[in-house]
Write a protein of this length. Structure first.
Length: 302
């Protein structure tokens, strides 16, 4: 039932960031980035990607410059998304919907997207609203993240008609309590917590930091930040997506495509097995590439 993975060698064709970061342009339009730019050993302008402040200022400059936002902030220590990869997910969702629309990209507020765990960054709704004028419902289990997401909406007034937020007050549920009887969502999106525990996350952070940072005596930091609920979930990514699959079965009448990022390719086979066992009508695996990194979107419908 599952299609072969569709692999692309680079960012999506409609991604604004095909040519990489234009630091000169970004810093000319957002002064906060300037202090973090330096010339590397190869004579190229860059930033220190092991520095969470530098990473935040880079992504903020991209949103203010390329996505025309007036304001963007995130809660302290929360996950700071890498914009190009997040934009790819949105563009591939447009392709998925176009495949059911005679190849025409669906635009406008008639398209409704549910973003699971939207975070304080609100990143998928911000990109989707700007690129395709879709309407979003963003869900979150962390009240601080909801608060900052509301600020981002209120300070970009045109987003008030595009994005709604719903608080999930039961941390053992994903969709239940969030989806209302009259809801119809064209796509569910989600970037699940990858790690199974705090300890697993710390080991990975330490290794990644050592690879990025030349100062081996420096203390490890998470360069993209992240709260506990954003980074780990009991059982990790596979457990979270499995739960999403089972819960999505309860809302067949409300949902069209249900999708999730899958970071670990070894998780695909058991997840697809669950979908096939329960007779999902369609299953797609879409590969996305950003430099040397490959990530995957698992998509299904009932």
């Amino acid at each position: 039932m599952a299609n072969n993975a569709k692999s692309t060698p680079k960012l999506h064709a409609r991604n604004k960031h095909q040519s990489g970061y234009d630091l000169k342009k970004l810093s000319s339009r957002y002064a906060g980035l300037k202090q973090h730019i330096f010339i590397n050993d190869f004579g190229k302008e860059t930033i220190e990607f092991s520095d969470p402040k530098a990473v935040f200022e880079l992504n903020k400059s991209i949103l203010l410059t390329d996505y025309k936002l007036k304001h963007w902030e995130i809660a302290k220590n929360s996950l700071c998304p890498a914009i190009p990869g997040r934009a790819d997910y949105v563009h591939y969702m447009a392709d998925l919907l176009a495949s059911e629309n005679n190849g025409e990209l669906p635009k406008g507020p008639k398209i409704n997207i549910l973003d699971i765990g939207t975070g304080s960054s609100l990143i998928y709704p911000l990109i989707g609203a700007q690129e395709y004028e879709w309407k979003f419902v963003g869900t979150e289990i962390d009240r601080t993240s909801i608060h900052h997401a509301e600020i981002n909406i209120n300070k970009n007034v045109w987003l008030k008609k595009q994005i709604d937020l719903r608080f999930q007050d039961d941390k053992n549920k994903i969709l239940a309590g969030i989806i209302y009887d009259n809801d119809k969502f064209d796509v569910v999106m989600g970037n699940p917590p990858y790690y199974g525990s705090r300890e697993e996350h710390w080991k990975s952070t330490t290794k990644k930091f050592d690879n990025l940072n030349k100062k081996k005596d420096a203390l490890p930091v998470q360069n993209f930040g992240g709260h506990a609920n954003e980074l780990w979930y009991e059982g990790g990514e596979k457990a979270f997506i499995s739960k999403l699959i089972y819960e999505s079965m309860e809302f067949k009448k409300n949902l069209n495509w249900i999708t999730s990022l899958v970071s670990n390719k070894d998780h695909l086979k058991p997840l697809i097995s669950i979908l096939e066992y329960h007779k999902a009508s369609k299953v797609e695996v879409i590969e996305m590439k950003q430099g040397q990194k490959t990530s995957r979107i698992l998509a299904w419908k009932w």
